[in-house]
Design a protein around this ligand. Structure first.
Ligand SMILES: NC(=O)c1ccc[n+]([C@@H]2O[C@H](COP(=O)([O-])OP(=O)(O)OC[C@H]3O[C@@H](n4cnc5c(N)ncnc54)[C@H](O)[C@@H]3O)[C@@H](O)[C@H]2O)c1
Length: 392
């Protein structure tokens, strides 16, 4: 696969399936506990029944195009409890009996970051579509092999995050496309908190603040500004040991503090910072916070996102014509960060395409591995991969 040329999304996605690319969810009763299965539903198996499975399973359980068939966790009590909570008929303590057991179409991977690549491969080999929490794989090469395997098996592979689906992302992409910021120059994104305390994988090799947090900002900024061509980064460990619930003290071996510079070509530069040592006066879990987490600026205007890109609620825009920031894209919407598995189930059922692509997810994987390489070598690292862009 030639990964060096930007792919035009509009020529990649042909026919009616592409027209609905800016889709949101179909209407359903979000207050209902369990959706009524309809004809043509997608059977879903979920692996990993920890923290993130709670919002995921609630969302999936409300999606009328989804039938939750099985859950799996190597901690069997977690799988059993998840099955009980959502009336899911089958639960398993290991991926092998899960794949050999009750039949399902879509494998939803919510396990430790380091496990995704291996488990995604097993599911693809077994002919299942895959939705994976980030990252899809541990490296670009491994991810591209998974994508090839998916094509060979006639199934699909997608991964979090889904930030490009939000109305705020759509507004920013449209504003840039209309040239309202003039000659674009620079962008900045910041995302951090004090770090999870429920699992050690966030702090060991294959983990870190970049694949857990920076991944959102990298997806948004490459989605808006285009594929990165090269990367310079510095990373560090600020807190060398952590207390993890049920584990005690662990040694931190992955970065917990990262700064990345990206060259998007045509003179456009961006900066992303992420970390597990960020005190924030605004609660991380609050979706109503108003501070700017992402900003873009050019010769004719400046635009900032209010709230995080995974829970955005408005875009503030100032231009030569309107010097004061004006608020846009602040209407309530269906967008929530935990929508990915439900959205791909809807896509599989209807044939419509989402805006996020596996190529984009793998481009971000390459940027994150390049950032670690840049820290190790002190070098600027070229980026090989690209993805369908613009994302509109
Ligand atoms: N927790 C969040 O708020 C959040 C939000 C967005 C994304 N994520 C992402 O979701 C993923 C999971 O994070 P989490 O916070 O839920 O972690 P977690 O530790 O709470 O849950 C992970 C679960 O996966 C299980 N597991 C690990 N290896 C397994 C295997 N081989 N087979 C079956 N089960 C296995 C573990 O036993 C655990 O129950 C990560 O990629 C994380 O970056 C988490």
């Amino acid at each position: 696969m030639d990964t060096t040329k930007p792919i035009d999304r509009r020529s990649l996605l042909r026919g009616g399936a592409a027209v609905g690319a800016a889709m949101t969810f179909g209407p359903w009763d979000a207050s209902a506990d369990v959706a009524q299965p309809a004809a043509g539903t997608i059977k879903v198996g979920v692996i990993g029944c920890g923290s993130v499975s709670r919002p995921y399973l609630s969302h999936l359980a409300r999606c009328p195009l989804v039938e939750l068939v099985s859950v799996c966790d190597i901690l069997p009590d977690r799988a059993r409890q998840a099955a009980d909570r959502h009336k899911i008929p089958h639960h398993y303590p290991h991926i092998d009996p899960m794949l050999a057991g009750a039949s399902f179409d879509l494998f939803v991977n919510l396990t430790d970051m380091q496990e995704h690549e291996r488990l995604n491969e097993l599911a693809l080999e077994a002919g299942r579509h895959v939705w994976s929490e980030k990252p899809i794989a541990n490296s670009l090469d491994a991810g591209q092999r998974l994508l090839e395997l998916a094509r060979k098996k006639g199934v699909r592979l997608w991964g979090a995050p889904t930030v490009v689906q939000s109305p705020q992302f759509a507004f920013m992409a449209k504003t840039l496309g209309e040239g309202k910021l003039g000659r674009l120059a620079a962008a900045h994104a910041s995302y951090g908190h004090l770090g999870p305390n429920w699992a050690s994988f966030f702090y060991t090799e294959g983990g870190g603040s970049l694949p857990d947090l920076g991944v959102y900002s990298l997806t948004t900024l490459t989605g808006l500004l285009g594929p990165a061509q090269s990367v310079v980064a510095m990373t560090s460990v600020v807190t060398p040991t952590r207390q993890i619930t049920g584990r005690g003290e662990i040694t931190v071996t992955a970065e917990d503090n990262a700064m990345i510079l990206l060259d998007h070509g045509n003179g456009v530069l961006s900066h992303v910072q992420s970390g597990f040592n960020y005190f924030t006066p605004h609660e991380h879990s609050s979706t109503q916070q108003d501070h700017h987490t992402i900003s873009l600026t050019g010769t004719g205007g400046s635009m900032s996102l209010a709230g995080y890109d995974w829970a955005p609620h408005a875009v503030d825009l100032a231009t030569r014509e309107h010097h004061r920031f004006q608020r846009h894209a602040d209407a309530r919407s269906d967008y929530v960060w935990e929508n990915g598995a439900s959205l791909v189930a809807e896509c599989l059922a209807t044939g419509r395409e989402p805006l996020f692509t596996p190529e984009h997810a793998l481009h971000v994987v390459e940027i994150m591995t390049a950032a670690n390489e840049s820290q190790k070598t002190g070098q600027r690292i070229p980026i090989r991969s690209t993805f369908p862009w613009p994302v509109l």
